[in-house]
Design a protein around this ligand. Structure first.
Ligand SMILES: Cc1cc2nc3c(=O)[nH]c(=O)nc-3n(C[C@H](O)[C@H](O)[C@H](O)COP(=O)(O)OP(=O)(O)OC[C@H]3O[C@@H](n4cnc5c(N)ncnc54)[C@H](O)[C@@H]3O)c2cc1C
Length: 373
């Protein structure tokens, strides 16, 4: 079946900006473009009705990095570039909260703890290393004590196979990922941004003045659409459309338990420099990650569940109620990639594991890059 005249004419013609990908970055970019160009026709397309990428499948951490993760950022990027990256995460989070408000996001600044289980990959930073980290990050957070050592045993429900200390990061928080996605889509609708789901962009041709996209749906044959400018925000799958982008998918698995009567853990949890994460969702516990173990799916799930039972022994009594996976966009560099790949085409991908924090900032930067043409 082909696209009808009406479908093409009403939705796909005379578009000023087409955004590919309706995740945090694509929708933030569309919203930022709208603030600059009130009369533009802005269309966001996505293959998936919920957004198939990380934006609807993440763990809901509103984080800028655990102590050991930031140490790794500093080692790999250098102090200055790593601080710039944290600043973008911090600013992205402030932008997210001020755009939607904490209630609409189900957001609370509950703090996070970094735990150091005996079999974990990281060891507790020394007091001197922690003081240095606090000095380094102070220009971004404004706090002298962003990270503080606490006694792990003061935390409720935890098992015994932990070191003496944990690190509390009191400025981090948690949000409700489902509410966040709804908030983005509702705002986009009020701003007359069309979100067309079920549309797959098969290819992008930027050799002519207009960008030419081949698009299809489950029931319609591919057709070509000409647009004056595009923004590709397909994160992990960016290189499928634009092969020169340094980004690739990395699978993350997530488990959520059944409800546990009386269970109440107060913080988000980082383990192994952020490669493993856990959080409460009301009286359930979520655990996810583990890609650094380089195990297959079954073995990763077993290890995540084993860790969950070891850290929170009460979870041994309960079953797993939800299990899903999602794709992170990663690459050589630990920072997001905003790259112009044609005069009127920009890609914003490689959000890594903290896209909730940095996503709005990246969407804005991508539009600024597109507008400098
Ligand atoms: C399991 C998991 C847990 C995570 N937990 C956290 C967390 O707690 N905190 C945090 O900050 N970050 C977390 N992240 C990372 C964060 O979710 C991502 O970095 C962020 O959502 C990326 O947003 P995005 O808009 O760039 O891409 P995505 O949300 O991945 O959106 C890209 C969209 O492009 C669409 N698309 C792809 N190809 C095409 C095509 N050819 N045509 C049309 N559409 C296409 C996809 O369907 C998708 O909806 C997590 C990620 C995962 C996978």
């Amino acid at each position: 079946m082909a696209f009808s005249y009406w479908e093409s004419n009403a939705w796909l013609e005379d578009v000023d900006l087409m955004v590919v990908g309706a995740g945090i970055v694509g929708l933030s970019a569309a919203l930022h473009a709208r603030s600059l160009h009130p009369a533009w026709r802005i269309v966001v397309v996505d293959t998936d009705p919920f957004g198939g990428g990380g934006s609807s499948r993440n763990a809901g951490f509103s984080c800028f990095g655990s102590a050991t993760e930031l140490q790794h950022d500093r080692e790999s990027l250098g102090d200055e570039a790593a601080l710039e990256l944290v600043r973008k995460r911090w600013q992205g989070l402030q932008r997210l909260r001020s755009t939607f408000g904490d209630a609409a996001l189900g957001h609370r600044v509950c703090g996070s703890v970094e735990l150091f289980p005996t079999a974990g990959s990281e060891s507790l930073p020394s007091a001197q290393a922690l003081a240095d980290l606090n000095r380094w990050i102070q220009p971004v957070t404004g706090a002298a004590d962003t990270f503080a050592k606490i006694r792990a045993r003061t935390l409720p429900h935890l098992g015994s196979d932990l070191g003496e200390s944990a690190i509390l990061s009191r400025l981090e928080g948690l949000l409700d990922t489902g509410k966040m996605n709804r908030a983005f889509k509702s705002l986009a609708h009020t701003q007359s941004i069309d979100i067309l789901t079920g549309i797959r962009v098969e290819s992008v041709d930027t050799r002519k003045e207009a960008c030419q996209l081949q698009i299809s749906t489950l029931s319609r044959k591919a057709t070509s659409v000409d647009v004056p400018r595009i923004l590709v925000a397909t994160n992990a799958l960016g290189a499928q459309l634009i092969p020169q982008l340094d980004v690739q998918p990395a699978i993350n698995h997530v488990l959520v338990t059944e409800r546990m009567n009386g269970f109440d853990f107060p913080h988000a949890v980082h383990i192994d420099a952020g490669y493993v994460y856990a959080r409460p969702i009301e009286d359930r516990m979520l655990i996810g990650g583990g890609r650094h173990w380089a195990l297959d799916e079954r073995a990763t799930l077993n290890k995540l569940q084993g860790l969950l039972h070891e850290l929170w022994p009460v979870t041994k009594e309960t079953a797993v109620a939800y299990h899903w996976s999602g794709q992170l966009g990663v690459g050589e560099m630990r920072s997001p990639l905003v790259q112009r790949f044609a005069p009127n085409a920009v890609a914003a991908v490689r959000l890594g594991g903290m896209g909730v924090a940095i996503g709005m900032e990246v969407g804005k930067l991508a539009v600024e890059e597109l507008m400098t043409n």
